[in-house]
Design a protein. Sequence first.
Length: 315
Amino acid sequence: MNLKTLILSEEIRVEDFRDAQAIVAVDDSADDAAHDANIDKLIHLTREIPVPFFARGNIKTLEDVKKFLYAGAKKVILLPEQEKLRAETAARFGEDKVLEDPEALNDPVPAFSWQDFKLGPDGLVPVVVQDYRTDQVLMVAYMNEEAYNRTVSTGRMTYWSRSRKEIWEKGATSGHYQYVKSLTLDCDQDTILAKVAQIGAACHTGHTSCFYQPILTDEYEEANPYKVFEDVYQVILDRKRHPKEGSYTNYLFDKGIDKICKKIGEEATEIVIAAKNPNPEEIKYEISDFLYHAMVLMAEKQVTWQDITAELANR
């Protein structure tokens, strides 16, 4: 495994860590202000580099552990003598939140080798690529044995170009890397489904997905909860960046954090009142109002749905 170490207080070029499969983030702060600044930096790094982060350094209390985990660290690395803190961390967050030895991380061993696949006439296997958060299909590409082995060993999607007759790592020239979250083989063992963390656009045209040209469409409502939340959140962010006259969202941003929090409190009370009403439709509307105002607060505090879902997944 390509395990890299970065010092949070130093100037960091994200590009230098794109090839990492895991990162140890070291906090070498000398005071509380620098400590908090390093944690803020870690929050942004974990968003930009979608690989496991492990935090080390200046972790002295359970509150420090919480801050690093909430900042996006998958685990913390404690000193051998910190047995009491290790026990407290295990009790509060789970035993799997402490990494004993980063160097002991093993290279992933795939459940299937290339010899297990049923190849097409060209000796290749098609790969359907999805965004791991939204399940949106991003593209379809092909792998030969070398591309498959490189994908497994590096954690970045690598393909065989049928037109250029060469291996290509997605993002090597554009910076739009695809980090592997899972590889799944279909029932006939002739097609791979790859769920990835996509950096930038998947399509060379600049579109998020290569599938952007409608052929035939029937009216339907978006059913993916994550995508619904993300779409609404992006509209709220757009209002924050590009204020629109008469917008209620901009009214909340203009009034500030106290007004936003007041509205959240009011909407939470409305949920409680609606819960006592036998009509289930009422609580549906009140929860929707609450979630909207919560998303305004998220935008104000620079918290994303990815942050929220990651935290829920870790509980």
